[in-house]
Ligand binder design. Structure first.
Ligand code: ADP
Ligand code: MG
Length: 367
């Protein structure tokens, strides 16, 4: 993929890559399968229960994940978290024929579990809130492009136009009382791909808390959520991914108790006749969203919201995304990278974002 991000480095402010990677420590995802459960040493060298670390890598939801917790109950917490990830993957994946989502898609109706019903309701609210940018009914269009199977193709415009009326979440009928769902139009199908990982990382934080953990992190294919602070009480350092393939970062966020979730067209795509087609679809057109953004990172205490909004703001483009943040600025912060290489950071997180590139801070309008 040709990279024209045009990022501008600050003069005289280049963080050595080695230093940066050292800072990232436990945040970077390892692609090897390893089962590392160890008692680490305290500052005086003794082994303590408090700094006991349990960490496990797994592959689920089509991505590599690392689940890490600290403290006396870390082993139990990591095991429970992993079971929960596998359970949610089996429940939510549209591609797995046995999942609730796939069964609902096949039958056009069905009774959902609490998790799937919650996600469906949240997705419908976000469809309204984002004025259609977040659209779980996008699945027929995802299939037309061949994204779920990997058999990519560019659909004909007339075929996409026929599918667009199906990508309409207002045609999903919900019976609150018994979690009964039905689709008003035949052929409708839903896909939680834009929200499921954030919900899952949020669930992992809940499990950590139930196990008495006060410090932990989960990395779901670059989508990170942290509980509390690091065991040494410093803030977690989370790198904001760059579209460059050289392992560089846009910057580093210092955070506690929140999710950092990125969406970018460079993450999943195919190329045909010299054009790149990526996996985030603009529900208004049925084509991959091309609204001037290269990547969107959302920071929020609510993992579900962070995931859905990273996809939505990418679809909206910079100006609408900024307006959306201004109207909802208590709920999340964001780092946006546009096609010209400009990084925009919202006011609420700018003091916690370190970058060796030029950064523009986005503020709320003055009254
Ligand atoms: P990733 O899952 O790669 O981290 P995203 O969170 O941005 O990236 O989600 C992209 C996925 O969301 C797509 O693969 C597809 O399943 C689904 N999707 C694509 N376009 C939309 C959209 N406009 N609204 C909601 N979900 C979408
Ligand atoms: Mg998302």
């Amino acid at each position: 993929m040709e990279k024209k991000t045009g990022l501008r480095r600050k003069s005289g402010y280049i963080i050595a890559c080695v230093l940066l990677l050292a800072m990232l420590g436990g945040c970077a995802a390892s692609k090897e399968q390893k089962n590392k459960e160890q008692i680490s040493e305290g500052s005086s060298g003794e082994r303590t229960e408090e700094n006991n670390e349990a960490s496990h890598d797994l592959f689920a939801m089509d991505t590599y994940m690392t689940v890490t917790a600290y403290g006396a109950h870390a082993d139990e917490a990591v095991e429970k978290a992993e079971n929960e990830i596998m359970r949610l993957d089996a429940l939510l994946s549209a591609r797995d024929e046995a999942s609730e989502t796939a069964k609902l898609n096949q039958a056009g109706k069905g009774i959902l579990s609490e998790d799937a019903f919650f996600l469906l309701k949240r997705s419908l609210e976000l469809y309204e809130d984002t004025e259609g940018a977040f659209d779980i009914a996008i699945y027929p269009i995802m299939q037309a492009w061949g994204f779920p199977t990997g058999e990519h193709r560019v659909p004909q415009k007339k075929d996409l136009e026929k599918l667009l009326p199906l990508a309409d979440p207002s045609q999903i009928i919900c019976d609150e009382e018994n979690r009964n769902i039905s689709f008003a139009r035949e052929g409708m199908e839903i896909d939680f791909g834009g929200i499921a990982k954030g919900y899952t990382s949020g669930r992992v934080m809940e499990i950590y808390q139930e196990c008495g953990i006060t410090s932990g992190i989960v990395n779901l294919g670059g989508n990170v959520q942290v509980l509390g602070r690091k065991p040494d009480q410093s803030l977690w350092k989370v790198a904001v991914q760059s579209p460059e393939e050289d392992g560089s970062y846009l910057g580093v966020l210092s955070i506690e108790n929140c999710a950092v979730i990125t969406s970018g067209g460079y993450e999943r795509y195919f190329e045909q006749d010299g054009t790149i087609y990526h996996h985030i679809i603009d529900p208004a057109t049925g084509y991959p969203a091309e609204n001037g953004l290269v990547s969107v990172t959302v920071v929020s205490e609510d993992g579900t919201l962070a995931d859905a909004l990273s996809t939505s703001l990418f679809v909206m483009g910079k100006d609408k995304a900024v307006e959306y943040w201004q109207a909802h600025s208590g709920e999340f912060e964001a780092v946006l990278l546009d096609e010209n290489g400009t990084i925009y950071v919202t006011d609420g997180i700018s003091d916690h974002f370190e970058s060796d590139y030029d950064v523009q801070v986005v503020c709320k309008p003055q009254n």
